[in-house]
Design a protein around this ligand. Structure first.
Ligand code: AMP
Length: 305
Protein backbone atom coordinates (compact mmCIF):
# COMPACT_ATOMS: atom_id res chain seq x y z
CA UNK A 1 0.00 0.00 0.00
CA UNK A 2 1.71 3.21 -1.09
CA UNK A 3 1.90 6.59 0.64
CA UNK A 4 1.60 9.97 -1.00
CA UNK A 5 3.86 12.53 0.67
CA UNK A 6 3.28 16.25 0.16
CA UNK A 7 5.58 18.91 1.59
CA UNK A 8 8.50 21.23 1.11
CA UNK A 9 11.77 20.27 -0.55
CA UNK A 10 14.47 22.66 0.52
CA UNK A 11 18.08 23.64 0.57
CA UNK A 12 18.83 24.34 4.24
CA UNK A 13 21.69 26.04 6.04
CA UNK A 14 21.87 24.92 9.65
CA UNK A 15 23.93 26.29 12.49
CA UNK A 16 24.25 24.71 15.93
CA UNK A 17 26.49 25.92 18.75
CA UNK A 18 29.14 23.44 17.54
CA UNK A 19 28.82 23.15 13.76
CA UNK A 20 27.51 24.83 10.65
CA UNK A 21 26.38 23.06 7.48
CA UNK A 22 25.41 25.15 4.47
CA UNK A 23 23.23 24.30 1.45
CA UNK A 24 22.21 20.79 2.51
CA UNK A 25 19.08 18.86 1.56
CA UNK A 26 16.07 19.70 3.73
CA UNK A 27 12.32 20.19 3.60
CA UNK A 28 9.44 18.37 5.25
CA UNK A 29 8.79 16.13 2.22
CA UNK A 30 12.44 15.11 1.91
CA UNK A 31 12.65 13.89 5.52
CA UNK A 32 9.19 12.34 5.46
CA UNK A 33 9.50 10.52 2.14
CA UNK A 34 12.89 8.94 2.90
CA UNK A 35 11.58 7.86 6.34
CA UNK A 36 8.36 6.38 4.89
CA UNK A 37 10.36 4.55 2.22
CA UNK A 38 11.71 2.16 4.88
CA UNK A 39 8.27 0.57 4.96
CA UNK A 40 6.36 1.12 1.75
CA UNK A 41 6.46 2.66 -1.76
CA UNK A 42 6.26 6.47 -1.68
CA UNK A 43 4.93 9.01 -4.19
CA UNK A 44 6.40 12.46 -3.66
CA UNK A 45 4.54 15.72 -4.38
CA UNK A 46 6.57 18.91 -4.26
CA UNK A 47 8.50 21.53 -6.19
CA UNK A 48 12.18 22.31 -6.73
CA UNK A 49 14.02 24.87 -8.85
CA UNK A 50 16.31 24.26 -11.78
CA UNK A 51 19.28 24.59 -9.38
CA UNK A 52 18.25 21.52 -7.37
CA UNK A 53 21.29 19.21 -7.23
CA UNK A 54 21.06 16.01 -9.26
CA UNK A 55 22.47 13.99 -6.33
CA UNK A 56 19.32 14.71 -4.28
CA UNK A 57 17.08 13.48 -7.11
CA UNK A 58 19.25 10.37 -7.26
CA UNK A 59 18.82 9.87 -3.52
CA UNK A 60 15.01 9.85 -3.89
CA UNK A 61 15.31 7.48 -6.86
CA UNK A 62 17.64 5.15 -4.94
CA UNK A 63 14.90 4.78 -2.32
CA UNK A 64 12.32 3.92 -5.01
CA UNK A 65 10.43 7.18 -4.36
CA UNK A 66 8.05 8.04 -7.23
CA UNK A 67 8.83 11.46 -8.69
CA UNK A 68 5.97 11.91 -11.18
CA UNK A 69 4.50 14.51 -8.79
CA UNK A 70 7.74 16.47 -8.45
CA UNK A 71 7.61 19.76 -10.36
CA UNK A 72 10.89 21.28 -11.55
CA UNK A 73 10.32 24.99 -12.14
CA UNK A 74 12.55 27.72 -13.55
CA UNK A 75 14.16 29.54 -10.67
CA UNK A 76 15.70 28.73 -7.32
CA UNK A 77 14.70 25.99 -4.87
CA UNK A 78 13.11 26.99 -1.54
CA UNK A 79 15.85 27.95 0.93
CA UNK A 80 15.69 28.07 4.71
CA UNK A 81 18.28 28.71 7.41
CA UNK A 82 18.22 28.51 11.17
CA UNK A 83 20.39 28.59 14.26
CA UNK A 84 19.96 26.37 17.33
CA UNK A 85 20.65 27.42 20.90
CA UNK A 86 22.47 25.11 23.37
CA UNK A 87 18.98 23.93 24.29
CA UNK A 88 18.24 22.38 20.94
CA UNK A 89 14.50 22.63 21.50
CA UNK A 90 15.03 26.30 20.75
CA UNK A 91 15.96 27.63 17.34
CA UNK A 92 15.73 30.89 15.47
CA UNK A 93 14.81 31.00 11.79
CA UNK A 94 17.42 33.20 10.12
CA UNK A 95 15.94 33.33 6.63
CA UNK A 96 13.15 31.89 4.50
CA UNK A 97 13.44 32.33 0.73
CA UNK A 98 10.30 30.91 -0.87
CA UNK A 99 11.63 31.11 -4.46
CA UNK A 100 9.75 28.56 -6.65
CA UNK A 101 7.64 27.58 -3.64
CA UNK A 102 5.87 30.95 -3.82
CA UNK A 103 3.77 29.92 -6.86
CA UNK A 104 3.49 26.20 -6.08
CA UNK A 105 0.14 24.64 -6.94
CA UNK A 106 0.33 20.88 -6.41
CA UNK A 107 -1.24 18.99 -9.29
CA UNK A 108 -1.50 15.25 -8.80
CA UNK A 109 -0.69 12.95 -11.70
CA UNK A 110 -3.62 10.58 -12.42
CA UNK A 111 -1.58 7.66 -11.08
CA UNK A 112 -1.43 9.39 -7.65
CA UNK A 113 -5.15 10.10 -7.22
CA UNK A 114 -6.11 6.71 -5.80
CA UNK A 115 -3.22 6.49 -3.31
CA UNK A 116 -4.76 5.04 -0.12
CA UNK A 117 -2.54 6.57 2.57
CA UNK A 118 -1.75 10.28 2.56
CA UNK A 119 0.81 12.32 4.47
CA UNK A 120 0.20 16.04 4.18
CA UNK A 121 3.60 17.18 5.42
CA UNK A 122 4.23 20.59 6.89
CA UNK A 123 3.24 23.10 4.21
CA UNK A 124 0.46 25.70 3.97
CA UNK A 125 -2.98 24.19 4.82
CA UNK A 126 -4.30 25.87 1.66
CA UNK A 127 -2.04 23.54 -0.37
CA UNK A 128 -2.84 20.58 1.90
CA UNK A 129 -6.58 21.13 1.22
CA UNK A 130 -5.88 21.53 -2.49
CA UNK A 131 -4.24 18.09 -2.62
CA UNK A 132 -7.10 16.48 -0.68
CA UNK A 133 -9.55 17.82 -3.24
CA UNK A 134 -7.76 15.89 -6.01
CA UNK A 135 -7.79 12.53 -4.22
CA UNK A 136 -10.31 9.75 -4.80
CA UNK A 137 -11.44 8.16 -1.56
CA UNK A 138 -8.22 8.04 0.50
CA UNK A 139 -8.27 5.53 3.36
CA UNK A 140 -6.20 7.35 6.00
CA UNK A 141 -4.96 10.95 6.01
CA UNK A 142 -2.19 12.24 8.27
CA UNK A 143 -1.50 15.98 8.45
CA UNK A 144 1.39 17.85 10.02
CA UNK A 145 1.37 21.58 10.75
CA UNK A 146 3.38 24.35 12.43
CA UNK A 147 2.98 27.56 14.42
CA UNK A 148 3.16 29.73 11.28
CA UNK A 149 -0.05 28.22 9.84
CA UNK A 150 -1.89 28.37 13.17
CA UNK A 151 -1.22 32.11 13.21
CA UNK A 152 -1.51 33.05 9.54
CA UNK A 153 -3.88 30.51 7.93
CA UNK A 154 -6.14 29.37 10.75
CA UNK A 155 -9.44 29.12 8.78
CA UNK A 156 -7.82 26.84 6.14
CA UNK A 157 -6.25 24.77 8.93
CA UNK A 158 -9.64 24.37 10.65
CA UNK A 159 -11.16 23.24 7.32
CA UNK A 160 -8.36 20.72 6.93
CA UNK A 161 -8.88 19.31 10.44
CA UNK A 162 -12.44 18.30 9.53
CA UNK A 163 -11.04 16.05 6.80
CA UNK A 164 -8.00 14.32 8.33
CA UNK A 165 -7.71 11.14 10.40
CA UNK A 166 -4.61 12.09 12.38
CA UNK A 167 -3.09 15.48 13.18
CA UNK A 168 0.60 15.56 14.18
CA UNK A 169 1.90 18.66 15.93
CA UNK A 170 4.25 19.57 18.76
CA UNK A 171 3.33 20.55 22.31
CA UNK A 172 3.66 24.31 21.89
CA UNK A 173 1.60 24.18 18.68
CA UNK A 174 -1.13 22.14 20.42
CA UNK A 175 -1.28 24.78 23.17
CA UNK A 176 -1.27 27.59 20.61
CA UNK A 177 -4.06 26.01 18.54
CA UNK A 178 -6.37 25.35 21.48
CA UNK A 179 -5.29 27.98 24.04
CA UNK A 180 -5.12 25.20 26.63
CA UNK A 181 -2.11 24.72 28.93
CA UNK A 182 -2.84 21.03 29.61
CA UNK A 183 -1.75 18.85 26.71
CA UNK A 184 -4.47 16.31 27.49
CA UNK A 185 -7.14 19.00 27.29
CA UNK A 186 -5.48 20.42 24.18
CA UNK A 187 -5.51 16.95 22.59
CA UNK A 188 -9.19 16.44 23.46
CA UNK A 189 -10.06 19.84 22.01
CA UNK A 190 -8.19 19.04 18.79
CA UNK A 191 -10.18 15.81 18.46
CA UNK A 192 -13.37 17.88 18.69
CA UNK A 193 -12.16 19.87 15.67
CA UNK A 194 -12.32 16.73 13.48
CA UNK A 195 -9.36 14.32 13.54
CA UNK A 196 -9.97 10.79 14.88
CA UNK A 197 -6.48 10.78 16.42
CA UNK A 198 -3.94 13.38 17.48
CA UNK A 199 -0.21 12.87 18.11
CA UNK A 200 1.44 15.56 20.24
CA UNK A 201 5.26 15.53 20.04
CA UNK A 202 7.25 16.67 23.04
CA UNK A 203 10.78 16.68 21.59
CA UNK A 204 13.22 14.78 23.80
CA UNK A 205 10.34 13.98 26.18
CA UNK A 206 8.51 11.74 23.72
CA UNK A 207 5.02 11.82 22.32
CA UNK A 208 1.33 11.46 23.26
CA UNK A 209 -1.30 9.74 21.16
CA UNK A 210 -4.99 10.37 21.81
CA UNK A 211 -8.26 9.12 20.39
CA UNK A 212 -11.64 10.00 21.94
CA UNK A 213 -11.41 6.98 24.26
CA UNK A 214 -7.74 5.91 24.28
CA UNK A 215 -4.44 7.39 25.39
CA UNK A 216 -0.80 6.34 24.88
CA UNK A 217 2.35 8.03 26.10
CA UNK A 218 5.70 7.05 24.64
CA UNK A 219 9.13 8.24 25.77
CA UNK A 220 11.78 9.32 23.29
CA UNK A 221 14.73 7.04 22.55
CA UNK A 222 17.51 8.25 24.89
CA UNK A 223 20.29 9.73 22.76
CA UNK A 224 23.48 11.15 24.20
CA UNK A 225 24.50 13.16 21.15
CA UNK A 226 22.10 15.21 19.10
CA UNK A 227 23.82 16.99 16.23
CA UNK A 228 20.92 18.50 14.27
CA UNK A 229 17.24 18.33 15.33
CA UNK A 230 16.04 19.65 11.95
CA UNK A 231 13.47 17.42 10.31
CA UNK A 232 12.85 15.21 13.35
CA UNK A 233 9.13 15.96 13.22
CA UNK A 234 8.98 15.17 9.51
CA UNK A 235 10.95 11.93 9.94
CA UNK A 236 8.49 11.04 12.72
CA UNK A 237 5.48 11.67 10.49
CA UNK A 238 7.06 9.79 7.55
CA UNK A 239 8.02 6.77 9.66
CA UNK A 240 4.60 6.72 11.32
CA UNK A 241 2.64 6.90 8.06
CA UNK A 242 4.92 4.51 6.17
CA UNK A 243 4.62 1.88 8.88
CA UNK A 244 0.80 2.18 8.93
CA UNK A 245 0.67 1.74 5.15
CA UNK A 246 2.86 -1.37 5.37
CA UNK A 247 0.15 -3.05 7.48
CA UNK A 248 -2.06 -3.19 4.35
CA UNK A 249 -5.27 -2.85 6.39
CA UNK A 250 -8.69 -1.50 5.52
CA UNK A 251 -8.91 0.29 8.87
CA UNK A 252 -6.40 0.90 11.64
CA UNK A 253 -6.81 0.14 15.31
CA UNK A 254 -5.31 2.10 18.18
CA UNK A 255 -2.71 -0.68 18.67
CA UNK A 256 -1.53 -0.17 15.05
CA UNK A 257 -1.07 3.53 15.71
CA UNK A 258 0.95 2.83 18.86
CA UNK A 259 3.46 0.78 16.92
CA UNK A 260 3.50 3.37 14.15
CA UNK A 261 4.26 6.01 16.77
CA UNK A 262 7.24 4.02 18.06
CA UNK A 263 8.63 3.57 14.53
CA UNK A 264 8.12 7.28 13.87
CA UNK A 265 9.97 8.19 17.07
CA UNK A 266 12.85 5.89 16.17
CA UNK A 267 13.20 7.39 12.68
CA UNK A 268 13.31 10.80 14.37
CA UNK A 269 16.01 9.54 16.77
CA UNK A 270 18.22 8.47 13.86
CA UNK A 271 17.48 11.71 11.98
CA UNK A 272 18.93 13.95 14.71
CA UNK A 273 22.16 11.97 14.99
CA UNK A 274 23.58 13.84 12.02
CA UNK A 275 22.97 16.85 9.77
CA UNK A 276 20.38 16.96 7.03
CA UNK A 277 19.36 13.44 5.91
CA UNK A 278 22.88 12.05 6.34
CA UNK A 279 21.97 9.50 9.01
CA UNK A 280 18.63 8.28 7.71
CA UNK A 281 19.92 7.91 4.17
CA UNK A 282 22.65 5.53 5.39
CA UNK A 283 20.37 3.72 7.86
CA UNK A 284 19.59 0.04 7.24
CA UNK A 285 16.28 -1.64 8.01
CA UNK A 286 18.19 -3.95 10.36
CA UNK A 287 19.55 -1.01 12.39
CA UNK A 288 16.01 0.37 12.64
CA UNK A 289 14.54 -2.97 13.72
CA UNK A 290 17.35 -3.52 16.24
CA UNK A 291 16.61 -0.15 17.82
CA UNK A 292 12.90 -1.03 17.87
CA UNK A 293 13.64 -4.29 19.74
CA UNK A 294 15.95 -2.52 22.18
CA UNK A 295 13.41 0.25 22.79
CA UNK A 296 10.61 -2.25 23.32
CA UNK A 297 12.62 -4.12 25.96
CA UNK A 298 13.76 -0.90 27.59
CA UNK A 299 10.22 0.49 27.75
CA UNK A 300 8.52 -2.75 28.85
CA UNK A 301 5.97 -2.30 26.10
CA UNK A 302 4.55 -5.81 26.24
CA UNK A 303 1.84 -4.63 23.88
CA UNK A 304 4.40 -4.35 21.09
CA UNK A 305 5.58 -7.37 19.14
P1 AMP B 1 11.21 20.63 11.36
O1 AMP B 1 12.58 20.62 11.97
O2 AMP B 1 10.48 19.32 11.49
O3 AMP B 1 10.41 21.81 11.76
O4 AMP B 1 11.39 20.77 9.78
C1 AMP B 1 12.43 21.49 9.23
C2 AMP B 1 12.28 21.57 7.72
O5 AMP B 1 11.14 22.36 7.40
C3 AMP B 1 13.49 22.23 7.13
O6 AMP B 1 14.22 21.28 6.37
C4 AMP B 1 12.93 23.39 6.31
O7 AMP B 1 13.44 23.41 5.00
C5 AMP B 1 11.43 23.18 6.30
N1 AMP B 1 10.69 24.44 6.45
C6 AMP B 1 11.03 25.52 7.20
N2 AMP B 1 10.09 26.48 7.10
C7 AMP B 1 9.11 25.99 6.28
C8 AMP B 1 7.88 26.52 5.76
N3 AMP B 1 7.43 27.74 6.09
N4 AMP B 1 7.14 25.71 4.95
C9 AMP B 1 7.57 24.48 4.64
N5 AMP B 1 8.73 23.94 5.07
C10 AMP B 1 9.50 24.69 5.87
Amino acid sequence: MSVLVLGSIAIDSIKTQLEEHREVLGGSASYASISASFFTPVKLVGIVGSDFPREHIELFQSRGIGLDGLQVADGKTFRWSCEYEWDMNRRKTLSTELNVFENFTPKLPDSYKTTPIILLGNISPVLQNHVLEQLEDPRFIVADTMDLWITTTRPALLDLLKRVDLLVLNDSEARQLTEEASLIKAGRNILRLGPKFVAIKKGEHGCLLLSPDRFFSCGAFPLEDIRDPTGAGDAFAGGFTGYLASLQKEAFEFADLKKALVYGSLLASFCVESFSLDRIKSLSRKELDDRYKFFRLMSHFEVLE
